[in-house]
Design a protein around this ligand. Structure first.
Ligand SMILES: NC(=O)c1ccc[n+]([C@@H]2O[C@H](COP(=O)([O-])OP(=O)(O)OC[C@H]3O[C@@H](n4cnc5c(N)ncnc54)[C@H](OP(=O)(O)O)[C@@H]3O)[C@@H](O)[C@H]2O)c1
Length: 290
């Protein structure tokens, strides 16, 4: 994209690299558009070698002149990173925090008033441009700033805007969700292997079937229950297997997993020793996320 803004991506770890890989693959964001940082020079070198982007450890330097700032560090690191970049941020620049559980109010208290603070909750399939990202701008953020962040995440998959009250649940569903589905995929594969399929074939069948089933929901707009019924012939093999899944309480186990992950996400906010929200200087030992 000829007029793509410079993107400062602070935190080139699992999520940061997924965003980077997807954006570069989209063809809309050239390697020259990125300034990435990590905590250690050793990781910065690996990012430079793998992606051919500028990557160092100086956060303030990375955000200078940037048109979009993405914060992909752990929640516990966020207060100090915000403090470090605050003096170097241009007025009005969108600062997008991907950290689970850290509210807009905390971000606003750590960043200059002139920054356009936005929360995002992307997921790792952004790496293959099949991500799901939810965006939530702080009150008063100009539409132009949110649209700039949206344009970035749209090159990595689907984007939806939701109110902040939903973000912990979003974390439990679409950010943690790929891990739940990998477990399901592994189990389906094992079932195929148990019944005699070669493992590679079983994995391909399980993954493509999962992809196809998901696309049916998104592209037809039909309810999953109706789509399930279409696969289920009377006295057939599918209904007999579905009853096994009901015996194992698969539905409630998966639904409860989302509920549990959402609850854990709500507990990720960095705390001071007195139990209040962290000042940039005083983040206590934290949880990891999502
Ligand atoms: N992983 C997911 O699926 C996912 C999904 C949605 C949201 N998130 C959110 O994304 C954030 C990162 O998660 P992650 O899984 O990517 O963690 P991660 O793999 O541990 O990555 C964290 C990165 O931050 C870097 N870092 C540490 N201190 C830094 C500093 N002062 N300045 C710049 N970078 C610094 C680390 O570098 P070093 O390795 O050199 O220390 C590392 O590259 C979290 O807030 C999480 O809630 C993650």
């Amino acid at each position: 994209m000829a007029d793509s803004p410079t993107v400062a991506l602070l935190g080139g770890g699992m999520l940061g690299q997924a965003l980077l890989e997807g954006a570069l693959a989209s063809g809309e964001w050239p390697a020259g558009a990125f300034r990435v940082t990590t905590g250690r020079e050793e990781s910065a070198r690996r990012v430079r070698e793998r992606f051919g982007v500028a990557c160092g450890t100086d956060d303030a330097n990375a955000v200078e002149g940037a048109g979009l700032v993405l914060l992909c560090v752990k929640p516990r690191t966020l207060p100090s990173v915000c403090r470090a970049i605050a003096p170097a941020l241009a007025a009005g620049v969108p600062v997008v925090s991907c950290a689970a559980g850290v509210p807009l109010a905390d971000l606003r208290s750590w960043l200059p008033e002139s920054a356009a603070v936005i929360r995002a909750m992307p997921n790792l399939p952004c790496r293959v441009r099949s991500g799901m990202t939810v965006l939530c701008p702080a009150e008063g953020v100009p539409e132009e700033a949110t649209a700039r962040a949206e344009t970035f995440f749209q090159s990595l998959g689907r984007v939806r805007r939701l109110g902040e009250e939903h973000l912990d649940t979003v974390t439990g569903l679409s950010a943690s969700g790929p891990a739940f589905l990998y477990l399901v995929l592994e189990s389906l594969t094992d079932g195929g292997v148990m019944a005699g399929l070669p493992r590679g074939a079983a994995m391909e069948l399980a993954a493509q079937t999962t992809l196809g089933a998901a696309r049916m929901v998104l592209e037809t707009g039909e309810h999953p229950a109706a789509l399930k019924d279409a696969v289920t012939t009377p006295a057939g093999c599918t209904i007999s297997a579905l009853l096994k899944l009901e015996d194992g309480r698969l539905r409630s186990v998966l639904a409860r997993a989302v509920e549990e992950a959402a609850r854990a996400a709500a507990g990720l906010r960095p705390q001071t020793r007195s139990g209040g929200p962290a000042s940039p200087a005083a983040a206590a030992p934290p949880e990891e996320a999502p």
